[in-house]
Write a protein that binds this ligand. Sequence first.
Ligand SMILES: Cc1cc2nc3c(=O)[nH]c(=O)nc-3n(C[C@H](O)[C@H](O)[C@H](O)COP(=O)(O)OP(=O)(O)OC[C@H]3O[C@@H](n4cnc5c(N)ncnc54)[C@H](O)[C@@H]3O)c2cc1C
Ligand SMILES: NC(=O)c1ccc[n+]([C@@H]2O[C@H](COP(=O)([O-])OP(=O)(O)OC[C@H]3O[C@@H](n4cnc5c(N)ncnc54)[C@H](OP(=O)(O)O)[C@@H]3O)[C@@H](O)[C@H]2O)c1
Ligand SMILES: Cc1cc2nc3c(=O)[nH]c(=O)nc-3n(C[C@H](O)[C@H](O)[C@H](O)COP(=O)(O)O)c2cc1C
Length: 593
Amino acid sequence: MNEPLIPILPDTAPFTREQRAYLNGFFAGLYSRSAAPQGSPQDAPLPALVPLTILFGSQTGNAETLARRIAKEAGKRAFAPTIHDLGKYALHQLAGERALLLITSTFGDGDPPDNAKAFWEALKGGSAPGLAELRFSVCALGDSTYPRFCEFGKRADERLQKLGGLRVHPRADCDVDFETPFAAWLEGALSALATADAPRAVPFTATTPPTTIPTAKTGTYSRAHPFPAPLLFNRRLNGEGSAKDTRHLAFGLADSGLAYEAGDALGVRPTNCPRLADEVTTALHCSGDEPVPGRDGAETTLREALVRDYELTRIPQALLQSVADQSGDKALQGLLAPGTNGELAKYLHGREIVDLLGSHPSVSFAPRPFVALLRKLQPRLYSIASSLKAHPGEVHLCVGVVRYESLGRPRQGVCSTYLSDRVPDRAAVPVFVHQNKNFRLPPDPDTPIIMVGPGTGIAPFRAFLEERRTVGAGGANWLFFGDQRAATDFLFREELEAMQREGVLSRMDVAFSRDQAAKVYVQDRMREYAREIFEWLEEGAAFYVCGDASRMAKDVDAALHELVGTAGGMSPEQSAGYVAALKKARRYQRDVY
Ligand SMILES: Cc1cc2nc3c(=O)[nH]c(=O)nc-3n(C[C@H](O)[C@H](O)[C@H](O)COP(=O)(O)OP(=O)(O)OC[C@H]3O[C@@H](n4cnc5c(N)ncnc54)[C@H](O)[C@@H]3O)c2cc1C
Ligand SMILES: NC(=O)c1ccc[n+]([C@@H]2O[C@H](COP(=O)([O-])OP(=O)(O)OC[C@H]3O[C@@H](n4cnc5c(N)ncnc54)[C@H](OP(=O)(O)O)[C@@H]3O)[C@@H](O)[C@H]2O)c1
Ligand SMILES: Cc1cc2nc3c(=O)[nH]c(=O)nc-3n(C[C@H](O)[C@H](O)[C@H](O)COP(=O)(O)O)c2cc1C
């Protein structure tokens, strides 16, 4: 029997009749071209591929990674995909687009990620172009424990439609466990674009811009298959009497094949505190031996699943809804009504699953339906605090241990206390490298840098300084560090002072907030040295910020704008333009959390 040698697209393939005919013609031409004489009718024109623009807005790399997946998948279909970082994409380009997929996270308090901020300002402004020709779909990444879940993706989606774009496939709002909704959205969006009224198709010739599909780094170990890295040491960085508990941890990477660059983060997959899992088991009136599906669907015991697989400290909306429905609790039902986001966030703050179950003893769950309402336990990211060149085969972290009290009970952050308290020496911790291309040393080692990193924000700057020392980089390095008290909280003090003596750290200014009556923060020091900072910027310095996102990073950003205005003699609009230009030139980068 003669098998067809030429693949022919079936009638069910997601293309218009014309596209199918065209592609079938192309395949036919391609398969017989080698045998056909030059210039014969077989030397058919190349196929029309639909140009597809993929835009990503990403702070910590998830959307960027998924953008590459979109391009790879689109490339297998009748598309010619091109990926753009929103930070490098000008608004006027949008007017010329016909097919667009936007994937973006939300950051801060419902804000765009840093690389999307300037684009968003332009897009929402009055001079944004009409987009009557545009067919688009948006994939929003977020975390439903934030009150403004996927807010930026939602707003961008609305705005594209308002400007005249045609939404060919509904937006996906993906929670932290984005794999399944992302895959479903991608399938739907590509099919819709392929079948939507054929967007302008261009022949796929040598003059077509090449698809920019960076090859994803492949390695044996990844987020899905973390490397069991032995804990080499776990050292407390704060002195006796400190209110804080910050740890310097090191892990072995020998034989893992894992590599990282200064600026990358390490993903850690923690387990819950077994005591907390026991409390939840008791609240469910279970023994813990009941069979339930684990995170990967494989059968395990309830106890094991609660320790290893599911998030116990944050209350998922589905569980809250189920408790509200079963209990008939009017207050809870009110919180879940649309438009009461602020109240819901207040209720959830400092409240864990065990509190919710304890306050609704009439509600009962069988183990299986209970775990079906939980979110999978997520890995946590930590900015890497070492240079691989300075510590071959090792990776170091600087972790602030989260402990607080709420509703009269002591609470523990899952991962930070897993690392500080529950991993024995030399025991293996599941880790993976999370690339952060948005936080990189300048390519030219002679470029000066200014680093602002209070508290655990020091982590990537220890890596930067080690890296620059090891490679003998010529650029000057200026660090602003701060924490509560100099006597107990001057993290990595000896190392930093040694680097100052060696001349690697050209300048260090510190702000210890609680050593005097009035608080002093890193941005106060920045204001004191406004003129010098501005001079460094004028000489080409890059400016980096790492640490707390909710307060510090915002205040430092405001101080930067202010000092550019005062030292550079600029109006607020001019200094905003100056800072925006720094960002665009990748000379203002942030790693904030
Ligand atoms: C890119 C990136 C880099 C990071 N780098 C670092 C780093 O270098 N070092 C570092 O220490 N962390 C870093 N983090 C933060 C880290 O990922 C974790 O979020 C942090 O360790 C807390 O995780 P956890 O599991 O211990 O706490 P969780 O169990 O996740 O609990 C934290 C939650 O507890 C709640 N909470 C905390 N304090 C209170 C309070 N007083 N009252 C009520 N509720 C409260 C809040 O809801 C908070 O979100 C980084 C995060 C990102 C995204
Ligand atoms: N949710 C919370 O209430 C809370 C509280 C603390 C930390 N955290 C989180 O815990 C993690 C680790 O914290 P960390 O140890 O890295 O350090 P941190 O808590 O950010 O503190 C480091 C230093 O920054 C100061 N600081 C506080 N507010 C500031 C502001 N607006 N601008 C500049 N500096 C400011 C602190 O001063 P003071 O402490 O004296 O004000 C301290 O001296 C971070 O993710 C942080 O977001 C959360
Ligand atoms: C500091 C911080 C703030 C965040 N704020 C929000 C938010 O307001 N709304 C939301 O839905 N998700 C929020 N997220 C979750 C991110 O959007 C989510 O982790 C996403 O997968 C990140 O994608 P990215 O790596 O492409 O930036 C926040 C995450 C962090 C670390």
